[in-house]
Design a protein around this ligand. Structure first.
Ligand SMILES: *Cc1c(COP(=O)(O)O)cnc(C)c1O
Length: 393
């Protein structure tokens, strides 16, 4: 290869174009549509957290923090996991602060998977997963989540079992799951845990929606690391962005046995080294907020889920009620839609709303062809406006 090749981009990144979020957000700006495409809140997080960030900025916490994160935040992360999930991690060595959950996932895969190793994941998947797996030269083995007769997404246990093999290095699990809103239940997690142990694989879990499991989900959030035998092989990832409505801060973390955290840190230190010095103490304050914050946050989002879901059903969509997260997916076929990409490209001009087609998050595109995703992490008046526009369909 020479530098005069028409595309300077490395081959392993060529399948990844501009993200669908960029395309749809640009469309929203151009058409003045209500943007329910990208999953970011349109209000600020807790005032105590914002005040702590201002204090830290003015108080001189503006230089490189320690590589693994400031001790106050690592301690707060450990305390939070003990408090909510009964999981014990040593803030010194078993907790790592990262540039969002995104960096934690990327650094974990780059640090754990050799070229040719296989990574089992569930599709539709969060868009950074496929790119991180490709950057590592690893191979993704997707297992498809499909809507069942009960309106919930599920996977075929035989398909999951078949996805594991001698080259399986790790399983990448996101629960509560974006974009489907699925919360993996105890039986599903038990099977994943059994297969990880049978094939001696690691688990990397993306739990950024750990506090957004709705009261009608049929059960609480269950971290995979809490299942028998799993703590020793699981790297648990979360982030402040979703829980504290500060997606632009990019403060995330990974927790797990020291060897897994060390492998992740080895890569992380050469990706970003450190990040967000004045934001780290503020996130520590947020993590220690009383239960009333977390309960109120979940209750708020559940009301918004219901508002948008009812509006989508009224407009004629086949709504798949989520058990968690910021998102609701809907089937466009009752409205005569055949293809989500085409449907979403036309939606702004048809009714002034932007959604995201989920087929772009599948390898088996066909499984998601008629599904689109709407975000409900928006102010109620924005959702009400979107619902009234959707009625025009
Ligand atoms: C938003 C999101 C992330 C990204 O988290 P950051 O902390 O902003 O990097 C990761 N995983 C899932 C499933 C998400 O929805």
């Amino acid at each position: 290869m020479t530098t005069t090749d028409s595309d300077p981009l490395v081959r392993r990144m060529r399948p990844f174009g501009t993200t669908i979020f960029a395309e749809m957000s640009a469309l929203a700006v151009r058409t003045g549509a209500v943007n329910l495409g990208q999953g970011f809140p349109d209000t600020d997080g807790p005032a105590e957290m914002l005040a702590a960030a201002v204090d830290a900025l003015r108080g001189g916490q503006n230089q490189y923090p320690p590589g693994p994160g400031i001790p106050v935040l690592r301690t707060a992360i450990a305390d939070h996991q003990r408090r909510f999930w009964g999981l014990d991690y040593d803030p010194d060595g078993e907790v790592l602060v990262t540039a969002g959950a995104t960096e934690a996932v990327a650094a974990a895969i780059l640090g754990l998977a050799e070229p040719g190793d296989e990574v089992v994941c569930f599709e539709p998947y969060y868009d950074s997963y496929a790119a991180s797996i490709a950057l590592a030269g690893a191979v993704r083995r997707p297992v498809t989540l499909r809507p069942g007769a009960d309106g919930r997404y599920a996977f075929d246990p035989a398909e999951l079992r078949a996805a594991f093999g001698p080259r399986t290095r790790l399983v990448l699990l996101n629960s509560p799951h974006n974009p489907t809103g699925k919360v993996f239940d105890a039986d599903e997690l038990a099977l994943i845990a059994e297969l990880c142990q049978e094939y001696d694989a690691y688990a990397v879990t993306d739990e950024v929606y750990e506090h957004l499991v709705f009261t009608d989900a049929g059960g609480p959030h269950l971290p995979l690391a809490g299942l028998p035998g799993m703590r020793a092989r699981t790297l648990r990832i979360s982030s402040a962005g979703k829980t504290f409505s500060c997606t632009g801060w990019k403060i995330g973390w990974a927790s797990g046995p020291a060897a897994l955290v060390a492998a992740t840190l080895r890569v992380k230190q050469f990706l970003t080294f450190v990040n967000g010095a004045p934001l780290q103490p503020a996130v520590a304050v947020a993590l220690a907020l009383p239960d009333s914050y977390y309960d109120g946050f979940r209750a708020d989002l559940q009301v918004r889920r219901d508002l948008l879901s009812a509006g989508l059903a009224d407009a004629g969509f086949g709504v798949l009620t989520p058990q968690g997260t910021y998102f609701v997916t809907a089937d466009i076929s009752p409205l005569g839609g055949q293809d989500g990409v085409e449907f979403c490209r036309r939606l702004p001009e048809r009714c002034g709303v932007v959604a995201v087609p989920t087929q772009v998050f599948y390898d088996r595109t066909e499984a998601g062809r008629r599904l689109v995703r709407f975000a409900f992490c928006k102010r109620p008046e924005v959702l009400t406006e979107a619902v009234s526009r959707l009625r025009g369909l």
